[in-house]
Design a protein around this ligand. Structure first.
Ligand code: SIN
Ligand code: FE
Length: 310
């Protein structure tokens, strides 16, 4: 696979690979470092069991009423499924599928990326059953525009967004575009997007008010300047028609039943087409990172010249 825009992981299940504890740990660390630097790790085969019956069951639900919701979500820590309707047998089977999928992916991630195991915050799993090409969504919700991920309701204070995707389409690829690395796009656009304003004292006051609101239970999230900037940067990149048109793009076709792992807070991405992806997200706190120097919060702190995660 010459010049693939991903690193194909072949040694994970290979005989003799990942056998001794020491070797396993060194490989895990090396893969964490590649991810933190913005590489996409690619697996040609499912690293979990999901029967073809269950795959078909997921695909064949009547998902069209979802329209404005972007997807179905499952919260592994609460065993709660959102965005599904139907008779109780259907909902129960869907929940069972998500429970098993999520548990297996968490187990796989704990082994494959062992430095993060149990230090992460388990975030949601999701299923994306609608065709991505030509979806009619408001600008900031469009996923066919290049962006970095940031979650309004789950600030990370410098922690990173790690996602494990699988294309469950039996015959068509999921097509992404990516562009230059985070350092390059932040170097070009962070200041214009308002990094300095967010890092300065005025914002500190509004943050104090917001954090007080969070303490009083009026708002749910305590955001650091980093979180505020990343939300702004997500929107800024989607709003920037010149960037969307002219930034150099790499198209990636993820084949049917491929799995890929990526830090979507540093790899700007857009999904151009594809239907039926399943995904589990993890939030990796700064203390668990193997290469914190390349984390977006550090890159932004270097540009802003001050701390952003306090
Ligand atoms: C995203 O932009 O985070 C979604 C990517 C995808 O669904 O493939
Ligand atoms: Fe995204």
């Amino acid at each position: 696979m010459a010049n693939a825009p991903w690193i194909q992981v072949e040694d994970y299940k290979a005989p003799g690979g990942w056998t001794s504890g020491e070797q396993r740990e060194a490989r895990s660390r090396a893969y964490c470092e590649m991810l933190e630097r913005g590489e996409i790790l690619f697996f040609r085969e499912l690293p979990f069991q999901l029967s073809t019956d269950d795959q078909r069951f997921l695909r064949e639900q009547q998902w069209s009423e979802l329209r404005m919701h972007k997807n179905v979500s499952y919260r592994p820590t609460e065993d709660v499924l959102r965005g599904v309707s139907g008779d109780s047998a259907t909902v129960e089977r869907l929940q069972k599928i998500f429970r098993s999928y999520s548990a297996q992916v968490i187990d796989f991630a704990g082994k494959f990326l062992s430095p993060y195991k149990d230090k992460w915050i388990l975030d949601f799993a999701s299923f994306r059953p609608l065709e991505e090409e030509g979806r009619d969504l408001p600008l900031h919700k469009r996923n066919d525009l290049l962006h970095v991920d940031a979650f309004p309701s789950r600030p990370t204070r410098g922690g990173r967004i790690l996602r494990i995707f699988t294309n469950l389409n039996p015959s068509r690829p999921r097509v992404w575009n990516t562009t230059e690395n985070f350092g390059a796009i932040a170097g070009k656009f962070a200041k214009t997007a308002g990094l300095e304003k967010i890092a300065d004292d005025d914002s500190a006051i509004s943050r104090a008010v917001q954090n007080l609101g969070a303490k009083l239970g009026l708002t749910s999230a305590v955001r650091s300047p980093y979180d505020m900037f990343m939300l702004r940067f997500h929107d800024y990149l989607k709003e920037n028609a010149d960037f969307q048109k002219n930034t150099p793009k790499t198209q990636i076709d993820f084949p049917p039943l491929a799995t890929w792992i990526v830090f979507t807070d540093c790899v700007a991405h857009a999904v151009m087409s594809g239907q039926y992806a399943i995904e589990q997200t993890f939030l990796i706190p700064p203390a668990a990172l193997v290469t914190p120097d390349v984390a977006p919060y550090r890159i932004l702190e270097n540009i802003a010249g001050r701390p952003l995660t306090a």
